[in-house]
Design a binder for this molecule. Structure first.
Ligand code: BGC
Length: 384
């Protein structure tokens, strides 16, 4: 194992390539954690090669990425016993990601992540129509948002990889050739940083985030309801029955949405509450304390009660969507052979507020030619 890492690292130093994972060891499989095989993973999708990239540090963190949707395929960190644990849900083969029923595992969503009411928005005199792929609304960039794009891996080092993709003008109804870049960097102390950048040649809207489903006890290890969550948010944005924000910033105090002090995800999830009924659980944007001007606000801290793995999320974004896996329904088979059962994964997506293009009181999501959209989020892993 060590030899393989060393070999990969020295090859990487010579050719400036990331290690393409091809090794399979028994040592790493003490838990249900699967060491991915890049040969088995790789496929041709829409005439282009979709492959696997691996970033590693010396403290036991391994991040598997693919150019299909610029996704996280797996993320291994040591649990409290030091056993590598895969905390991101995904698949062993690229082709499994090409599933219109369940398209968002680990992916970048955009150009506008989350919902846009009734699939329409205006910029100045122009009104744009988008595909309505979620009831009457647009979700995560429409049917063919950036999640099904084959991104180009433009910079590859052992510690960082940049994926680039330009969404052509009018694709899925969004104006402008929107050039996007997403860089995943693995930092010391088991931190994963995601940097997002974009520019456009026509005024447009933008809201990029990563849509990883996490289970900090390990992929396929059962419900996330006993995970202990803290959100640094005194307010959230209540929604209508189609999960579009009403525009109000409501206090979380005294409601099931109060995660200002640590509690389990499950503690109040079944409470009698219209908002929880609309989301079938938590599926809401939380308004982060602190502002966009401050670098990297602490957004969330969450612990897997069995593994002891803690994930802290820091972001420059104003909001974080907390989705408790309410629509997961045993539709797909994950890396370790388990299915995606109800609430066995959660998403915490740092982002601008849903439907921002139609809500004058929300932070702006406009991007004009000549401007650069730049934002980052950091996921820091530790154990307790
Ligand atoms: C949304 C959920 C949606 C899920 C799809 C989340 O970002 O908030 O409503 O079902 O994405 O994976």
């Amino acid at each position: 194992m060590k030899r393989n890492i060393l070999l990969c690292l020295s090859l990487a130093a010579v050719w400036n390539f990331a290690c393409q994972s091809g090794h399979n060891t028994t040592q790493e499989q003490k838990s249900d954690t699967v060491t991915l095989d890049s040969t088995a993973f790789t496929s041709d999708i829409n005439g282009k090669t979709v492959t696997l990239y691996t970033l590693k540090n010396e403290q036991g963190m391994t991040v598997y990425l693919t150019n299909f949707g610029a996704r996280i395929v797996g993320l291994h960190v040591p649990n409290k016993e030091g056993i590598p644990t895969d905390v991101v849900l995904g698949f062993t083969k690229a082709s499994a990601y090409h599933n219109p029923e369940e398209p968002y595992f680990g992916t970048i969503v955009g150009p506008f992540g989350n919902r846009i009411a009734k699939g329409t928005f205006s910029l100045g005199e122009n009104t744009y129509k988008l595909p309505q792929n979620n009831g009457v609304n647009t979700l995560h960039g429409g049917f063919e948002g950036v999640h099904f794009a084959i991104w180009e891996a433009t910079t590859i080092t052992p510690r960082a990889i940049t994926f680039a993709y330009t969404l052509p003008d009018e694709k899925e109804g969004f104006p402008g050739n929107i050039a996007m870049e997403v860089t995943y960097s693995i930092l010391p102390d088991n931190k994963l940083q995601i940097d997002y950048k974009a520019h456009t040649d026509k005024e447009t809207i933008i809201n990029l985030t990563n849509h990883a489903y996490f289970n900090l006890n390990g992929e396929g290890s059962g419900t996330i309801l006993n995970h202990e969550l803290q959100l640094f948010a005194d307010h959230y944005t209540p929604v209508d029955s189609t999960l579009i924000p009403t525009g109000e910033l409501a206090s979380v105090q005294g409601s099931p949405f109060d995660f200002t002090a640590t509690k389990t995800i499950g503690q109040d999830i079944e409470a009698e509450n219209t908002q929880l009924q609309y989301g079938k659980g938590y599926d809401h944007n939380f308004v982060l304390n602190g502002t966009r001007l401050n670098d990297l606000n602490h957004a969330a801290r969450i612990k897997g009660e069995q593994s002891g793995i803690i994930m802290d999320i820091f972001t420059q974004e104003p909001g974080i969507q907390f989705y408790s896996g309410n629509f997961m329904a045993d539709k797909v088979t994950l890396k370790n052979g388990k299915t995606d059962s109800f609430r066995t994964g959660f998403c915490l997506e740092p982002q601008n507020f849903p439907d921002a293009p139609n809500q004058p009181n929300f932070p702006s999501s406009r991007l004009k030619p000549g401007e650069i959209y730049k934002t980052k989020s950091v996921y820091a892993f530790s154990v307790q």
